[in-house]
Design a protein around this ligand. Sequence first.
Ligand SMILES: Cc1cc2nc3c(=O)[nH]c(=O)nc-3n(C[C@H](O)[C@H](O)[C@H](O)COP(=O)(O)O)c2cc1C
Length: 229
Amino acid sequence: MSENTIAAKKSPEMLDYLLKRRSVKVLDMVEPGPSQEELEIMLRAACRVPDHGKLSPFYFIIFGGDKRIQVSKALREAYLSEEPEASPAKLDLEAARFERAPLVIAVVSRIREAKVPAWEQILCAGAACQNLILAANALGYGAQWLTEWYAFNDSFKAHLGLEKGREHIAGFVYIGSTSSQPEERPRPDLKELVNYYESDKPLIKGNLYNNDGKGFAPLQFEFLLETNT
Ligand SMILES: Cc1cc2nc3c(=O)[nH]c(=O)nc-3n(C[C@H](O)[C@H](O)[C@H](O)COP(=O)(O)O)c2cc1C
């Protein structure tokens, strides 16, 4: 047993938070952002995720203060590569993406060479994003997990230094102070998503979100089909 670990602890406060948590829209974020000390606490929480093989299949890029402005040139060029006809006003808007919140943390999923399937390593990076958000919220900051177009733009990813094929943006976690509490949004009905196993009954798979006529999202990561074992 260690004083520094907790396997389970009754916490009505944490449960209440989990049942009511909401993201804060990045446009509703204001200064101040987290201090350096708070940032390090959040990052430590982000690293404390279930991680098959102890691979830490993620790393972070921090954009605070002026760095949010310095990155705007790369964002502008990346947007122009996608939309060569974009108006100057639109380009200004896209270039200023990171300036919307006091702090932006890119969580990069890095597929390690290991027996653990890529899929599991990617999930682990997603868990790091969520732990980051939970820690930010517990420190009193609002947070939002975004990808937007630049998470998938090759020239922007290359500018950041991501290795093609092996590294992907799991998320840009935007963090800042917030003055208002967000409205509730509809949540899934458990009846639509939960199956109690019975061998002869068809599964309920959440039709709630599949009936918008838009079909399935494209599978962007073909390597997910492979396992390394
Ligand atoms: C991987 C991932 C990427 C996301 N990217 C975007 C995005 O680009 N734009 C957006 O509006 N919401 C995005 N979201 C959703 C928001 O983070 C957030 O969940 C949503 O606004 C609903 O708020 P809630 O967390 O309070 O339910 C993303 C969520 C995930 C998990």
